[in-house]
Each structure stands twice: as structure tokens, then as C-alpha cells.
Design a binder for this molecule. Structure first.
Ligand SMILES: [Mg+2]
Length: 284
């Protein structure tokens, strides 16, 4: 693989799981790399497809791993969805949400009139007309989703609400194994309505584009550090951002060496120390 010239970014976007931490454990050197970047005047963002927790909750989690991050430096797929809608779909105000409490809290904090689909007035099997006056249905991972929730969301989409997915991850890793992800809920609604959603999270480019737009940064001035060639790398490629694949998460060296197409990163680094080398930074 030809190696491009070393990057000199103004902003670095870290993926979280597999790059900054792995489950409950910090990845060695990640906190030092973050500090070295900031000392060099480089802005940092921490981006996750997860839609369930608030940015503040992630900032607290990072603090527990020795990384000081403000909520404004955290990018969740919910934040990216809000930022995308504000910039590109300002007419959408009344939202029907299929997602966790953290997603609802973020939507409301951003000023949206957001109703949880499980709380929405609607018909049962034989019942009264559904309340369908929603501009958009926004989906995330909803640990309390029910058949009724899906029915109300489907009815709203069929009645013309825009269908927006914070992310379309089919599976959600837990300590007990893989559980259905937000994308499994999307798939159910897509099957029921025949409508395809606008997807914000990785591997789609909208989440990274939202970061660039919010900061007024060009793609070539940013750098993505990710561990997942199915998500981080294509999202970076589709948004024009150079990308380093690190081997501290889901990809090992053998798998990294055989990637092709839009899964191919610009650089491969074993971990934070090699990323620092690539960027010409000294880790203390
Ligand atoms: Mg990851």
C-alpha cells in the first residue's frame, strides 16, 4: 500500500471503542496521545455511533479513563443527527423518537418537540386514528422498543414523516454477546414501510461531515483514527478525511493488510504510539 505524506491535521476525530478504550479498559497511550495533540494545538473530537447516552455521560466516562474531554468534544450519532437536521432540514421541528432516554434528552435539549413513540397517542389493532402530525421519525437503539412503538413509528413514516436513523448498526456488542442494534430497528421500520432512512452514523459520511461543518474545517485538515474498516474507514473516505486504522480494536494486522476498496485506510498504526510517530509528536 503506498503511504501518503504524513498528515498535519487541525482536528483529530477519535473513534471510541477500540481506539480510546476497549470495554472498561483504557487503551494504553491513548490519553497521552490526546494530550500531545492538544499541546500541539490540534483540536480533538471523540465520535461514536452510539445514540443512547448523552455527550455529558461520555465525557464522564472518558474522565474515568484519565481523558479530560468537554461534552462539546463528544460526538454521538444523536448529536450528529441534530447538527445535520439544524443545518440541512431546519423545517423539521416535531419529532417522533424511537430511542433511549439519552437520545430523547439530547433532542429536547436542542429545542425539538420530541415525543417518544412509546408515549405517543395512537391506535391499537382496531382503534382510533393515529396522531400522525410528525415532521420526522428519528431512530436509535431503543432498549424498550415494542410492537406498538414500531407500529406508531411506521404509521408516522407512511403518513409522510421523514425517516432519519442516527445509525444503522445491526448488532450491539454487550458483555453477554451481540444484541440487536439500532439498525435492527431501522430494518423493521424499513420492512414495514418500504421507506429507506437517511442514515447519519458511520459508515455514512453525515456524522463526520457534521463535525467538519460545525468547526468550519475542510476534510483535508482533519484526521480520523478508527479501528473498524466497516465503519470508521468508509465514513472517513466518503467524507474526504484522511484515516489511520489502528490495531487496538476489531482489526488485527493480517486483516488490515488485506483490506481493499473503501475499507483501505491511508495509514495503519499498531496503536497510539505509532500514531504519534506518524504525526511527528513526542509522547511524554
Ligand atoms: Mg471502534
Amino acid at each position: 500500500m503506498p503511504t501518503p505524506p504524513a498528515p498535519s491535521p487541525r482536528l483529530v476525530i477519535f473513534d471510541l471503542d477500540g481506539v480510546v478504550y476497549r470495554g472498561p479498559e483504557a487503551i494504553p497511550g491513548a490519553a497521552t496521545l490526546v494530550s500531545a495533540l492538544r499541546a500541539a494545538g490540534v483540536a480533538t473530537r471523540f465520535a461514536t455511533n452510539n445514540s443512547m447516552a448523552t455527550r455529558s455521560a461520555y465525557a464522564e466516562r472518558l474522565a474515568g479513563l484519565g481523558i479530560v474531554a468537554s461534552p462539546e468534544e463528544i460526538v454521538t450519532s444523536t448529536w450528529a443527527t441534530i447538527t445535520h437536521l439544524e443545518a440541512h432540514e431546519p423545517g423539521l421541528r416535531r419529532l417522533l423518537a424511537v430511542g433511549a432516554e439519552g437520545m430523547l434528552a439530547e433532542l429536547r435539549h436542542a429545542g425539538y418537540d420530541a415525543t417518544y413513540a412509546g408515549d405517543a397517542a395512537g391506535a391499537d389493532w382496531n382503534g382510533a386514528p393515529l396522531a400522525l402530525a410528525y415532521d420526522a421519525v428519528v431512530t436509535g437503539l431503543d432498549p424498550h422498543v415494542t410492537y406498538r412503538t414500531l407500529g406508531i413509528a411506521s404509521a408516522a413514516i407512511r403518513a409522510g414523516a421523514r425517516f432519519v436513523a442516527t445509525n444503522a448498526d445491526l448488532r450491539y456488542p454487550t458483555p453477554g454477546g451481540l444484541m440487536p442494534g439500532a439498525g435492527a430497528i431501522v430494518a423493521a421500520l424499513q420492512a414495514a414501510t418500504g421507506q429507506r432512512p437517511l442514515v447519519i452514523g458511520k459508515p455514512e459520511p453525515a456524522m463526520f461531515q457534521a463535525i467538519l461543518e460545525a468547526d468550519g474545517i475542510l476534510p483535508q485538515q482533519a484526521l480520523v483514527i478508527g479501528d473498524n474498516p466497516d465503519a470508521d474507514v468508509p465514513a472517513a473516505r466518503r467524507s474526504g478525511i484522511p484515516v489511520v486504522l489502528v490495531l487496538t480494536g476489531v482489526t488485527d494486522a493480517a486483516a488490515a493488510a488485506s483490506l481493499d476498496g473503501e475499507q483501505t485506510p491511508d495509514w495503519i498504526a499498531a496503536g497510539p504510539a505509532e500514531v504519534a510517530d506518524l504525526l511527528g509528536l513526542t509522547l511524554s
